[in-house]
Design a binder for this molecule. Structure first.
Ligand code: URA
Length: 200
């Protein structure tokens, strides 16, 4: 089976077997977008209203900021794959609960295993803690916050897969705090350097 077919199979499992109250309240499943053969995978937190409406991650205001950041290092949707921790929108865009993370992340892990990215860029605290805790949810609280970890490269081995993990501030955060804009810009430039080294 191709990666696309494997991803479709995961999507079908979410639609048919996943149980979560968020699923009943949401308009659409927000699964992922981009190139399944990409070297870089971005992992956000959860869909917002626009994403819920369209069933596509990062199409709202945070998505527009992410697009600009990608363009700043000459990347397009063809070079990346983008998914979220939660596959359905939490009401009022509240933070994910531990129960929701347990219910949704088995499917995210399947997506990661299919895509096999060389670099995972986590956006914000939830995805950073989940990935750096090596998918071990109780250990997430032991991981530092994004303020301390952003822009630093981590090499991790999970289930015999080697990844470089680069935590980044969530692009939505700079909409509330403009001081984060230059920091994110700088972290993207660092990430570009890592990507170039990986290609060489
Ligand atoms: N924020 C996220 O974390 N994911 C989206 O898809 C949209 C906004």
């Amino acid at each position: 089976m191709s990666k696309l077919e494997d991803l479709e199979a995961v999507k079908s499992k979410i639609l048919t077997e996943m149980k979560c109250p968020l699923k009943d309240a949401a308009k659409n499943l927000v699964f992922g977008k981009g190139n399944p053969d990409a070297n870089i995978m971005f992992i956000g937190e959860a869909p917002g209203a626009q994403e819920d409406e369209q069933g596509i991650p990062f199409v709202g205001s945070a998505g527009k900021e992410l697009d600009k950041l990608l363009r700043s290092i000459n990347l397009t949707l063809d070079d990346v794959y983008i998914a979220n921790i939660l596959k359905y929108r939490p009401p009022e865009n509240r933070d994910p609960t531990v129960d929701e993370i347990y219910r949704h992340t088995p499917y995210l892990i399947e997506q990661i295993k299919i895509i096999k990215p060389k670099i995972i860029c986590t956006l914000g605290n939830y995805s950073t803690k989940f990935v750096l805790a090596q998918f071990n949810i109780p250990n997430m609280k032991k991981i530092d916050g994004i303020t301390k970890l952003h822009g630093k490269v981590n090499n991790i081995l999970i289930d015999e897969m080697n990844f470089m993990v680069i935590p980044l501030y969530h692009p939505a955060a700079m909409l509330y705090n403009p001081n984060l804009r230059p920091i994110l810009g700088k972290d993207f430039l660092e990430m570009e350097k890592v990507l170039v080294q990986k290609r060489e």
